[in-house]
Design a binder for this molecule. Sequence first.
Ligand SMILES: NC(=O)c1ccc[n+]([C@@H]2O[C@H](COP(=O)([O-])OP(=O)(O)OC[C@H]3O[C@@H](n4cnc5c(N)ncnc54)[C@H](O)[C@@H]3O)[C@@H](O)[C@H]2O)c1
Ligand SMILES: O=c1ccn([C@@H]2O[C@H](COP(=O)(O)OP(=O)(O)O[C@H]3O[C@H](CO)[C@H](O)[C@H](O)[C@H]3O)[C@@H](O)[C@H]2O)c(=O)[nH]1
Length: 332
Amino acid sequence: MTKVLVTGGAGYIGSHACKALKAAGFTPVTYDNLSTGWEAAVKFGPFEKGDLLDRARLDEVFARHDPIAVVHFAALSQVGESMALPGKYWRNNVAGSQTLFEAMLDAGCRQIVFSSTCATYGEQDNVVLHEQSPQMPINAYGRSKRAIEDMLMDFGASDGLQSVIFRYFNVAGADPEAEVGEFHRPETHLVPLILEAIDGQRNALTVFGSDYDTPDGTCIRDYVHVMDLVEAHILGLTWLAEGKGSAVFNLGTGSGFSVREVMQAAEQVTGRTVPFVDGPRRAGDCTKLVSGSERATRDLHWRPERSTLAQMIADAWRWHQTGGYGDNPDDG
Ligand SMILES: NC(=O)c1ccc[n+]([C@@H]2O[C@H](COP(=O)([O-])OP(=O)(O)OC[C@H]3O[C@@H](n4cnc5c(N)ncnc54)[C@H](O)[C@@H]3O)[C@@H](O)[C@H]2O)c1
Ligand SMILES: O=c1ccn([C@@H]2O[C@H](COP(=O)(O)OP(=O)(O)O[C@H]3O[C@H](CO)[C@H](O)[C@H](O)[C@H]3O)[C@@H](O)[C@H]2O)c(=O)[nH]1
C-alpha cells in the first residue's frame, strides 16, 4: 500500500488523520518524538519514534519507507508558552520543519500537506478571514507557522516542493468510534476543559475575558470537527497527486461561536452544568477568528458534515468518558 509519512501522528489531529488515511487506502507511517503525543494513539500504521531536528533519523525513515508524500502536523502549539519561550517555538517548529523539508528533498519526496493556523492572521476584528487576508500574527506560535509557510514557498520555487497549506481554525471533537481523541497534558483547549469541569476533574472552567467587544463579551472562534478536518487532508493529497500544484486553504465552517455559547452547547449535550469563573483575558488571544472557507469548498470539494457544536461536543464527550490514554506522557 502507498505510504504517507505523518509527522505528529501520535498527536490529536495526526492520530485522526492516520485513521482517515488508512480508511482511504494509504499506510500512514507516524514520525513523532512523543513530546506532546502518545504512543497509544498510533493505531493505524507503523510508528517511527524520532525528532524533526534529527536529520540522520529522518534520512533513515525516508530510506526505509519511501513515502509518496508527507503530512506535517508535528509542532508545538500553545500560544501562551510560545510568548514565554519563543526560542523553543522557532527551534522546534521552524528549524524542525526546515530539517524535514531538506530531508524530503534529498529523498526525492516532493509533496507535502502542512498544518498552518488561523493564528497567522492575527487580530483583524469583524472581518471574515480569507486566504488572501494579510497575515499579521500576534504571538510567537503564529509567527513560527507563518515562517514555515514562507519557507514552503521558497523551497517550492527552488526545488519544486509542492505544498498544500491548510490554515485550521479551532479543531474540536473526536473520532465518533472513540478509538482516538484529544488528550493533552496539560490541556489548554476549550472543549476538553469544559468537559473536565463538567466531570469534576477540575473545579471550574476559567473564562478568559468577558469584556471583549462581542455580544456576550467572550471571544468568538470558528470550530471545526477533527474528522471533517482530516478528510480535507486526503483531498489535499489527491490534489497534489493530480499535479494541481501548491495551494493554500482555510479550514473552518464560517460560523463563529462565543465561549459562553460553547459552554451552553456542552450543557445541552451532557445534561450537566458547567462550573465556571470569569477570569482575566489570556495574553495572545484575538477577539474573533472566523473563516472564509469557500476556496476549500469550491476547489477541493470539501464538505464539513460533522462540524456542529452539538456533534463536536457529543463526540468529544464520548471520547472523554473512555479516560483517554492515561497520565504518563513519554517526554521523548
Ligand atoms: N488543535 C488545533 O485547534 C489546531 C489549530 C490550528 C493548527 N493546529 C496545528 O495542527 C498540528 C497538530 O496539532 P494537535 O492539536 O494535534 O497537536 P498535538 O500536540 O496533539 O500533536 C503534535 C504532535 O507533534 C509531535 N511533535 C512535536 N514536536 C515534534 C518534533 N520536534 N519532532 C517530532 N514530533 C514532534 C508531538 O509529540 C505530538 O504528537 C500542529 O501543527 C498545530 O500547530 C492545531
Ligand atoms: O480555559 C480556557 C481555555 C480557552 N478559553 C477560550 O476559548 C477560546 C478557544 O481557546 P483554545 O485555547 O481552545 O484555542 P485558541 O483559540 O487559542 O486557538 C489557537 O491555538 C490553537 C492551537 O493550540 C490553534 O493553533 C488555533 O489556530 C489558535 O488560534 C478562546 O477564546 C479562549 O480564550 C477560555 O475561555 N478558557
